[in-house]
Design a protein around this ligand. Structure first.
Ligand SMILES: [Zn+2]
Length: 355
């Protein structure tokens, strides 16, 4: 390289370096919003489980990278309340294939296809690879769920009808705009998705076959999405109801978002919830203990069983009547947690850095 060219390159580098320094206007931020905190049975206006994680800066409302974890009933309505449309999502991550965690997905796929998304821009859907059931007589498959998510509309002629009305649409339908990224969850965290400075890792956890928990790391902080994880030892006696793998993933994380069942539904309290259902969730007290051990600042309890104010959880009556926010806080604090507890309500948000 000649000396004059070297001078030009050096000058350009200096310009780039100056341009790269963030101004006060573009302070980076990260936000975690519960898009739905309800249980499987509908209650009042609660949406089904889901968590939105965003990273960006003040200039783009913290939304340069937009990630949705699970997509329960009504997810798109909650996103709309935040000013977000389906086309703005960069990726959807599934913790597991239980219908209450995925039933809002078809809505997302349809609306992305019909409105807004460029016909060639695909949505990443990140989830576990196909796995055999515990009994071995059926298979749990996220990729099949996604591949067939438009089947009813295809068979009903609705997809063809839309294409006939709007030639701009991708003629292969909504599923053609989805890119499934599968991974085999194991007992150590693995990176499953990245975008710029944002890194998402996953780890195996117990609940149903193929359940995975996620961690998002950004330059500003980190959040762990536990999903419905519980301990590998399915029934007491066991040291905790929480997952050892989630705990490993959550070491030093700023925020934990986790489904929580209140100990009032424990078999010995008499609500009548089958033990197998109660014990495959983490209870609020054990989650408080885990969050304390991992040194986490914010514990966001979500997908609450039972919902705040509900007299029943599905067919089961809550002993002593509906629970309040204080009941959940007390339960998590009984586990020894001294940090900030968010008892999940739809659209509850923790933003970093804190104002
Ligand atoms: Zn579940």
């Amino acid at each position: 390289m000649s000396r004059s060219m070297l001078a030009i390159v050096t000058g350009l580098l200096a310009v780039l370096l100056v341009a790269g320094v963030p101004s006060a206007q573009a302070a980076p931020c990260m936000s975690v919003t519960l898009t739905g905190t309800g249980g499987p049975p509908p209650f009042n206006d609660l949406a089904g489980p889901g968590t939105l994680v965003r990273y960006g800066d003040n200039a783009n409302n913290c939304s340069a990278v937009v990630m949705q974890f699970d997509a329960g009933r009504g997810t798109l309505m909650r996103l709309a309340q935040l000013g977000l449309q389906a086309s703005q999502l960069n990726a959807v991550f599934f913790t597991h294939m239980h219908s209450d965690h995925v039933e809002g997905f078809s809505d997302i796929a349809q609306m992305r296809w019909l409105f807004g998304a460029p016909a060639t821009r695909k949505l990443d859907v990140v989830c576990s690879s196909e796995v055999k059931s515990f009994t071995g007589n059926f298979t749990v498959s996220c990729s099949k769920f996604v591949a067939h998510s438009d089947d009813a509309y295809q068979l009903a002629g609705e997809t063809a009808q839309r294409i006939s009305e709007a030639p701009r649409l991708n003629t292969d339908g909504p599923v053609a705009l989805i890119n499934v990224i599968e991974f085999k969850p194991n007992n150590d965290a693995q990176v499953v998705w990245t975008s710029g400075e944002v890194k998402v890792s996953a780890i195996r956890s117990n609940h149903i076959p193929g359940h995975a928990s996620y961690r998002v790391d950004t330059p500003l902080g980190s959040v762990v999405i536990g999903g419905d994880a519980s301990n590998d030892v399915m029934l007491p006696p066991r040291k905790t109801s929480t997952s050892d793998e989630v705990e490993k993933l959550a070491k030093g994380a700023d925020i934990i978002v986790h489904s929580a069942v209140h100990p009032i539904l424990a078999p010995e309290k008499g609500a009548g919830m089958p033990p197998v259902i109660y014990y495959r969730q983490s209870n609020a007290t054990d989650l408080g203990a885990m969050a304390q051990r991992t040194g986490t600042k914010h514990l966001m309890l979500t997908h609450l069983g039972p919902s705040l104010g509900a007299a029943t959880q599905g067919p089961w009556k809550i002993p002593g009547g509906p629970l309040t926010e204080t009941d959940y806080i007390k339960s998590a604090q009984e586990g020894g947690f001294t940090g900030h507890i968010v008892v999940g309500t739809d659209l509850a948000t923790v933003r970093l850095p804190q104002e």
